[in-house]
Design a protein around this ligand. Sequence first.
Ligand SMILES: *[C@@H]1O[C@H](CO)[C@@H](O)[C@H](O)[C@H]1NC(C)=O
Length: 395
Amino acid sequence: MSNFKTMTCTIVSLLLLFCLNITIPCCLAYNVVSFGARGDGRTDSTSAFLRAWSAACRSTSQPNVYIPRGTFLVRTLNLNGPCKRRIEFRIDGTLVAPVNYNAIGHSEFWIMFYKVSGLNVYGGTINAKGHGYWSCRNGGKSCPQGARSIQFMWCNNVLLKGLTSLNSQRVHIGIGYSSNVRVENVKITAPSGSPNTDGIHVQNSRGVTIKDSIIKTGDDCISIGPGSMNMWIEQIGCGPGHGISVGSLGSSNNEQGVVNITVTNSVFTKTQNGVRVKSWARPSGGYARNLMFSNLIMRNVGYPILIDQNYCPDNNCPRQNSGVKVSQVTYKNVKGTSSTQEAIKFDCSKSNPCTGIRLQDIKLTHNDRLRRSAVSYCRNARGRRGGTVIPRSCF
Ligand SMILES: *[C@@H]1O[C@H](CO)[C@@H](O)[C@H](O)[C@H]1NC(C)=O
């Protein structure tokens, strides 16, 4: 018996030693509460967060910014690098913006990581409380520009995992001028009528992966802007929303192209579009090529397969053609139902027809009480088909 006690004691002491020696010194936790933040949902914790961030950013021993359980009210957070070491930013609690939309709405971003190389952001909920801002927009009043909820700007080697973003004023998650960014297990929720609340917007970035995420919002679930290269998008549940879009492209004359984008194993439910390529009907040097859309399920989707090169919402491009060149686009194993008759629609530019479009194993039926069958629409599009393609393709 006493032997057993000694043994237990030794094991416990060893465990304690193990914890003291290994766990604590290796990962210094910069808990925002020790810097003066309060998780009461009312106290403005902005400066405490900024102090915790700069201490962690200066640290040389695997710094860990920690936000414990609780609701933390924060205004604009500019979390600037470069930092000395890879930073872990762990959120167990919820970050909320002030209810008055002016508090964050005059800056472009609510929470921004800027020039950080080596960053893991885990967990947590961010709630921008966008309702007041959307009412302002929908009321046609003059409103501030509105803030994206979380943005990675000029960042490299980033992992964003397990974040929930609610009710952003505009784009929920933005990635710009960054490389090697993985977004996993995120949940994005905003009402279907909320204006310009894209789930994830990527622009001028390379090597972005978005996986295992659920996006329900008022604009594109994912939008892929000019200068996006080598993107991988997999296991996304999209809807409500406007679908996954490459674009809008060609809004300016001098624009970088979009190259090598894969969207696979994803489900679209009651979205305005499925997978879309969209460009302005204006002169541009832009392009989109090597796009692969495969293994997609469409459930009552407006335009499941869509290339729209005649985008011109305020009609300020009359009789112009899109200069954006769309080529090498493959649609493979896309199945389900369309809520409009035009289940496949390629409306390409007269001066720059779409080329190298490939349709393989497509089965899209029209979800219609009058049982009118689905059709394909093609203008200025060239390509070929393989396997069974329903509705009958133009190629
Ligand atoms: C295309 O992008 C993927 C990542 O999504 C990458 O693994 C692959 O190497 C890229 N292909 C080319 C030809 O660059």
